[in-house]
Design a protein around this ligand. Structure first.
Ligand code: NAD
Ligand code: WQD
Length: 343
């Protein structure tokens, strides 16, 4: 019997890579996604990679009744990975209600559906909870700073909700993974990030600009307190990130956790500046980028990268893929999209 894992948001960017990793590791992923920010065609792509078509339910998790009915019908679920959420930081500032409603209601109806039942849950959190850390690399014990955006606030409050649930109910074992900056695509170039509209994130903008879909890249500021003046982030390959979910599941399923709530950083431990990333893209792909230096972007964190000591130790996970592999795979995916449409 394969171990059944519910993957909410499993047709999204990180979810689809995690579903592929689960299939490879002989789990049985069951996907729930309302296609709000993904395409049904991703299910075909997953099948092309893995040779198996996972079960898929088109359900909005904010619908409490439908979520409860699904969980009730799936009696032998051994774990849940909860990716489903809205994630655009800028949009969350202009439409906070949309973010609070979707990100909280989906989480709450999921938790409600598991009332009285065992739940092993991996939750998608973010390094955004640290804001600008005082100490770098930042570890899990660093203070959570006041969120810069409603999106960031949904992650902070969700972590608090999950901690309370785990403290109150011994049937619940929960791990929050704080992702740093996920980039790149599967080595098959059959799945990757599908940004809606103009990408707000750096790497999708870089690949679309290189493909001629967008104009020049604007580097948001080159006068920060960093070696080359541009902001620094910890970019993590989405395939490595997917593997971190398997490591978290393993910890939960083995019951090896000392507490029933824990938090882990998921990054590489290395920081790259915007200009270094642009250079890595050019060097790896041989494609010259057109970029200009522009003004700072409001609310940007100057520099952040992870301390991965805890993830390497307790989670027994560490990133393996280089910045070059991140750039190469992101570019291969962009090129795939130039010749293929995902519907
Ligand atoms: P994504 O938008 O590609 O995937 C999210 C998926 O959830 C989408 O397929 C969407 O259709 C689905 N979804 C959203 N609301 C839903 C609902 N109410 N019911 C059912 N399905 C719903 O995003 P992603 O980049 O894969 O991110 C996954 C998770 O990781 C999110 O929680 C995000 O906040 C978090 N995260 C992402 C990043 C990043 O930079 N990509 C960084 C840190 C944390
Ligand atoms: C990276 C760097 C920009 C675009 C966001 C969310 C965060 C997390 C990850 C979910 C920054 C610079 C960007 C461009 C640029 N998501 N940049 N020109 O800001 O680290 O984080 O995604 O939890 O919550 O805030 O990622 O990719 O937007 O930016 O110079 O056109 O690239 O200033 O330094 P960020 P990003």
């Amino acid at each position: 019997m394969k171990i059944k894992i519910l993957v909410t948001g499993g047709l999204g960017y990180i979810g689809s890579h995690t579903v592929v990793a689960l299939l490879r590791a002989n789990f049985e992923p069951i996907i729930v996604d309302n296609l709000d920010n993904s395409k049904l065609g991703i299910l075909d792509q997953i099948e092309k990679i893995a040779g198996v078509r996972p079960a898929f339910h088109n359900i909005d998790l904010c619908d409490e009744a439908k979520t409860a009915a699904l969980i009730k019908s799936e009696k032998d679920l051994e774990g849940v990975i909860h990716f489903a959420a809205h994630k655009a930081v800028g949009e969350s500032v202009s439409e906070p209600l949309k973010y609070y409603r979707n990100n909280f209601n989906s989480l709450l109806s999921l938790l409600k559906a598991f009332e009285g039942r065992t739940l092993n849950l991996v939750f998608s959190s973010s390094c955004t909870v640290y804001g600008q850390p005082d100490v770098l690399p930042v570890n899990e014990a660093a203070p959570v700073k006041k969120a810069e955006s409603p999106y960031g606030n949904t992650k902070q409050v969700a972590e608090e909700i999950l901690q309370d649930i785990a403290a109150a109910d011994k049937l619940k074992q929960i791990i929050s993974l704080r992702y740093f900056n996920p980039v790149g695509a599967h080595e098959s170039a059959l799945i990757g990030e599908l940004p809606a509209g103009v990408p707000q994130n750096l790497v999708p903008f870089v690949t679309q600009s290189a493909a001629g879909k967008r104009g020049p890249i604007t580097v948001f500021g080159d006068n920060y307190d960093t070696p080359d003046g541009s902001c620094i982030r910890d970019y993590i390959h989405v395939v490595d990130l997917a593997e971190a979910h398997l490591a978290a599941l393993k910890l939960l399923l083995n019951g090896k956790q000392a507490t029933n709530y824990d938090v882990f950083n998921v990054g590489t431990g290395n920081g790259y500046s915007v200009l270094q990333l642009i250079n890595a893209f050019e060097q790896t792909t041989g494609v010259k980028l057109d970029y200009k230096i522009g003004p700072r972007r409001a609310g940007d964190i100057v520099k952040v990268w992870s301390d991965v000591t805890k993830s390497k130790g307790k989670l027994e996970w560490e990133a393996k893929l280089s910045i070059e592999e991140m750039m190469r795979s992101a570019w291969a995916w962009e090129q795939y999209l130039q010749n293929n449409q995902i519907n």
